[in-house]
Design a protein around this ligand. Structure first.
Ligand SMILES: Nc1nc2c(ncn2[C@@H]2O[C@H](COP(=O)(O)OP(=O)(O)OP(=O)(O)O)[C@@H](O)[C@H]2O)c(=O)[nH]1
Ligand SMILES: [Mg+2]
Length: 318
């Protein structure tokens, strides 16, 4: 285990791959590894890339990787598999899209499900990010199809989030939908070679103009397939990171990040234990049959787990 950690910290690909397997599968040694590496994390730049299916996120990521590699930066990518765990289609697509980097030791690409089986950001995703970070990756890119809860959670831990948009998807709907405005630090209007890019751009600008007193997200036109606009986009991404750092928001972001990690863990761990209880299925049945409120169900499960709940606290205060 010590050798594994040492190898990981030295950035050895094999150690990293092994550690990821342990972490992803909750194998023995996971906790020990995470404990040893945690203090060494916090250096990587976490970049979230999200947007509708087929917007060109993987193609953009591929070009961003190439750009970063030319600057001598090492990169890790977590491509979130949006499809069922059984199809594997998206994973294959991502691999092919980023194939040019397959033999590059400075690039590590991993496809995984960020969604925990319980919903929300899987704690394992966060842990794999820590492994990449400890292994010295300069930039960690997380590609997700959005915008759902996973994306919002990822945004909370990423330094900068790029929302990729494409012309022709019902532009104003695309923009106003699902909190895109809230999560975007930078917009990439991709497939700008297609009709409607200008229209999307002006609609986007109009929407941003309605935000007052805030640093507005920058918008970039890109044609990922032709490597057009990538240099500007990458510069825009790091400019955003710098603005955050200089604005003093970085401390707030750090706390937010820590809270989000804790949330992922609390949720997963408590749910796992609750589902492991014999009473769990009975409680579900009773709540489904309206014989019991969810709150009472939770109380029952929590009591069995030895977790005191609010009710008791209130009683003490009375
Ligand atoms: N015309 C045009 N096509 C593009 C551009 N960028 C990507 N594409 C194409 O769009 C398709 C989807 O690209 P991907 O990079 O797989 O998109 P994605 O957002 O990663 O897709 P999912 O991960 O499946 O959601 C591919 O056929 C790309 O070649 C672009 O700028 N212009
Ligand atoms: Mg993709």
């Amino acid at each position: 285990m010590e050798d594994l950690v040492a190898g990981l910290l030295a950035g050895k690909v094999r150690s990293l791959a092994k550690a990821i397997t342990i972490v992803e599968n909750d194998l023995p040694g996971k906790r020990e590894i995470l404990k040893s590496i945690y203090p060494k994390t916090g250096h990587a730049y976490l970049l979230g890339i999200t947007g509708p299916p087929g917007a060109g996120k993987s193609t953009l990521t591929d070009k961003i990787i190439a750009h970063l590699r030319r600057e001598g930066k090492s990169v890790a990518v977590i491509a979130v598999d949006p499809s069922s765990p059984f199809s594997g289609g998206a994973i294959l697509g991502d691999r092919i899209r980023m194939q040019q980097h397959a033999l590059d030791d400075g690039v590590f690409i991993r496809s995984m499900a960020t969604r925990s089986h319980l919903g929300g950001l899987a704690k394992n995703t966060v842990d794999v990010i820590h492994l990449f970070d400890a292994a010295g990756k300069d930039v960690i890119i997380i590609e997700t199809v959005g915008v759902g809860q996973d994306e919002v959670d990822i945004v909370r831990i990423a330094q900068t989030t790029v929302v990729v948009m494409v012309p022709g998807l019902g532009d104003s709907v695309q923009i106003s939908k699902a909190g895109v405005m809230e999560i975007a630090d930078v917009f990439a209007v991709n497939k700008a070679d297609r009709d409607g890019a200008d229209k999307l751009l002006s609609e986007l600008k109009a929407m941003l103009d309605m935000i007052k007193d805030e640093v507005k997200p920058e918008i970039f036109r890109t044609v990922a397939t032709d490597d057009v606009g990538i240099d500007e986009l990458v510069a825009g991404i790091f400019a955003h990171g710098k603005r955050v750092e200089e604005s003093g928001l970085i401390e707030k972001k750090r706390r937010q990040k820590a809270e989000n990690e804790l949330r992922a863990y609390i949720y997963d761990m408590i749910m796992e234990r609750a589902q492991g209880l014999e009473a769990y299925n009975d409680v579900v049945s009773r709540v489904a049959a309206k014989q019991e409120t969810p709150m009472d169900g939770v109380e029952e499960l929590f009591t069995e787990l030895g977790i005191r709940i609010q009710e008791e606290k209130n009683a003490e205060e009375d």
